[in-house]
Design a protein around this ligand. Structure first.
Ligand SMILES: Cc1cc2nc3c(=O)[nH]c(=O)nc-3n(C[C@H](O)[C@H](O)[C@H](O)COP(=O)(O)OP(=O)(O)OC[C@H]3O[C@@H](n4cnc5c(N)ncnc54)[C@H](O)[C@@H]3O)c2cc1C
Ligand code: SF4
Length: 560
């Protein structure tokens, strides 16, 4: 590269100078080094974006904006994974001869892009998955400074969703899933599902007792780029939750391949133990690929094709492909409802930032979906203060240490307990958004508002996912080391009954809830009173930041 280099007003961009390993590795580029320039957002880290539009001679703009990183108390590992992948991607593009303009700035994306486009002319970009980013960029799109192209990373067009599900609730996955299988021909033979049925879910609900052995999660060689990102995160975002360790996450193209191999090795046992939880193996046979897929370091199509071509049993392959179609499903719901803003549902305002100390960056007056009108704050136990309930504490430990748990702790422990305690769904969503390395608004909001809680009513799910201790004891080993006895002293089942009783009017008329409501109505008044005692005690104790402890003789009246 040669000739004039880009120069920007330091006051406009408040740009940090690029030094260190990254700065030394990146070549200086100027506007004339490419025939056009394309901005790839932080979650579009794949050259396939450019190939989809024949942008073969385009230069690429990549931006690190601390104003984005400071919007939420993002887990340090999430910031690390994202930035290290983006930096590696920049160097990989450069090694293939592509001019790369890499900017590190305190300004917003919109501010940086309008400054850059003064020199380059209109920038190409691709439809953004995150609503937050789409909103920020609207003025630039309207003024023509950004020229938007279709996002090539999705597996399904919106028309398939609309044809099978519609644009109005209730939205149901099953219709969309069948449509996708039929349209793509994935696991189909002569128009019929291979194996005679669309779903093998009934074969995928086994607990894991240690056999077959679960693989250790991969360890990656962190290089100088990774170490530099780690040091930067510690220096600038050290007050964010968790810590950063890039030997636990893939960041380079080579490591992305390593991560894919790991996932394919896990696939044969993925289906059978998909719902199991264990403290001996947090990930069991889950792929751990959501982060890479959401960043598009790994294109979803490649992953699905790899799963379809694997010799794993059909219950695993079908289960895995279905999860990837779930991903499409939640993304379509997010788009057609403008992030639920067009849905008619009860709403209430909420504290933002999920109570992480010092974070008020996202304060708003906007009311958020809240069908059951749940308004309790999130207990500090979700940020790592021990609750005394092993299932919750073990799941939170994973979040604080790894920024990750697999699906079932998210659904059946973390969301379940928050639900049973009537935590505001927006606070819980904010917590998931900040705490998980794979969280982005388009995916975390439908999963928490729509599935983890019942904040959207029946718009996405027919009934809430709530359960007592029997489920957790059956599917995990948490109860074995818990100070509570899962049958005798554990408060979970009472919390479950108390929840059903409190919200019985909201569930009236929902035939999927009829049996549960009948059962709760049959409970003796004395039992119902103890259910309420358990709810008040657990809620108040956790909200006071204290541990819940069993009563000495198991009699819950001591809690009243
Ligand atoms: C309350 C709650 C919050 C969640 N928040 C997120 C989130 O912020 N980001 C996110 O990517 N997923 C989220 N999920 C979905 C799912 O839990 C994660 O995608 C999965 O656990 C990631 O681990 P994995 O990569 O090992 O996935 P695997 O279990 O190996 O699944 C394979 C792939 O399927 C996709 N997938 C599976 N389930 C879903 C789903 N429900 N929605 C979207 N994609 C899915 C992911 O890309 C994943 O990598 C959430 C689920 C719940 C219940
Ligand atoms: S006994 Fe109850 S609180 Fe303890 S781990 Fe089991 S379900 Fe959770």
């Amino acid at each position: 590269m040669g000739g004039t280099t880009f120069s920007f007003s330091a006051t406009t961009l408040e740009a940090s100078s690029l030094d260190g390993v990254l700065g030394q590795s990146l070549q200086k580029v100027g506007p004339e080094d490419a025939t056009s320039w394309t901005w790839l957002a932080y979650d579009q880290l794949n050259e396939a974006f450019l190939e989809s539009q024949d942008l073969n001679t385009t230069g690429v703009v990549l931006i690190e904006s601390s104003s984005k990183a400071q919007r939420r108390p993002y887990h340090q590992q999430k910031l690390g994974v994202l930035l290290a992948n983006q930096r590696h991607f920049a160097l990989e593009l450069q090694a293939r001869g592509r001019p790369v303009l890499y900017l590190i700035t305190k300004a917003s994306y919109a501010e940086v892009l309008s400054e850059v486009s003064k020199t380059t002319g209109p920038l190409h970009c691709f439809h953004h998955a995150e609503r937050e980013l789409r909103k920020e960029l609207e003025p630039l799109m309207e003024s023509g400074l950004l020229v938007e192209h279709e996002h090539p990373g999705w597996l399904t067009p919106q028309s398939w969703f609309i044809e099978s599900v519609g644009t109005e609730p209730p939205f149901r996955m099953d219709a969309f899933y069948r449509k996708v299988r039929q349209q793509t021909g994935w696991m189909m033979e002569n128009g019929k599902p291979v194996g005679g049925k669309y779903s093998f879910d009934a074969e995928n609900r086994f607990p894991w007792k240690g056999d077959p052995p679960a693989p250790a999660p991969p360890v990656y060689d962190a290089d100088a780029i990774d170490r530099e990102v780690e040091a930067m995160i510690r220096a600038h975002y050290g007050e964010h939750p968790g810590s950063v360790d890039l030997s636990a996450q893939p960041t380079s193209a080579e490591q992305v391949e390593q991560a894919l191999h790991f996932a394919l090795d896990c696939l044969p046992n993925f289906g059978t133990y998909e719902d199991a939880m264990s403290e001996k193996s947090r990930g069991l046979f889950h792929s751990r690929l959501a982060t890479l897929v959401n960043l598009h370091r790994l294109m979803p199509r490649r992953l699905v094709e790899a799963a379809l071509g694997s010799p794993a049993p059909i219950n695993s392959v079908e289960g895995f492909v279905r999860q990837m179609i779930w991903r499409e499903y939640v993304r379509h719901i997010h788009e057609v409802t403008d992030g639920f803003r067009t849905l008619e549902v009860k709403r209430t305002p909420s504290r933002r930032g999920a109570g992480w100390e010092g974070f008020g960056a996202l304060e708003d007056d906007e009311p958020h979906p809240n069908h059951l009108l749940q308004t309790n704050p999130l207990p500090e136990a979700f940020w790592g203060k021990t609750s005394g309930m092993r299932c919750l504490d073990a799941s939170v430990e994973s979040v604080m240490e790894d920024g990750w748990t697999h699906h079932i702790p998210r659904l059946m422990v973390l969301s379940n307990i928050a639900n049973l305690l009537d935590v505001h769904p927006r606070e819980l969503t904010d917590w998931f958004h900040a705490g998980f390395i794979d969280a982005y608004d388009w995916v975390v909001e439908p999963n928490v508002f729509g599935m983890g809680t019942f904040a959207l009513g029946t718009a996405m799910m027919t009934k809430p996912y709530v359960a007592g201790s029997a489920y957790i004891n059956r599917m995990s080993d948490h109860c074995k080391t818990c100070q509570f006895h899962h049958k005798k002293t554990c408060p979970m089942t009472r919390l479950y009954w108390a929840y059903l009783n409190r919200h019985r009017e909201a569930f009236a008329g929902n035939h999927r809830m009829a049996i549960a409501l009948k059962n709760v109505a049959r409970r003796a008044d004395e039992e119902k009173a103890l259910d309420r005692v358990a709810f008040h005690h657990v809620r108040d104790t956790l909200l006071a930041g204290q541990e819940v402890r069993p009563t000495t003789d198991g009699d819950l009246r001591a809690w009243s």
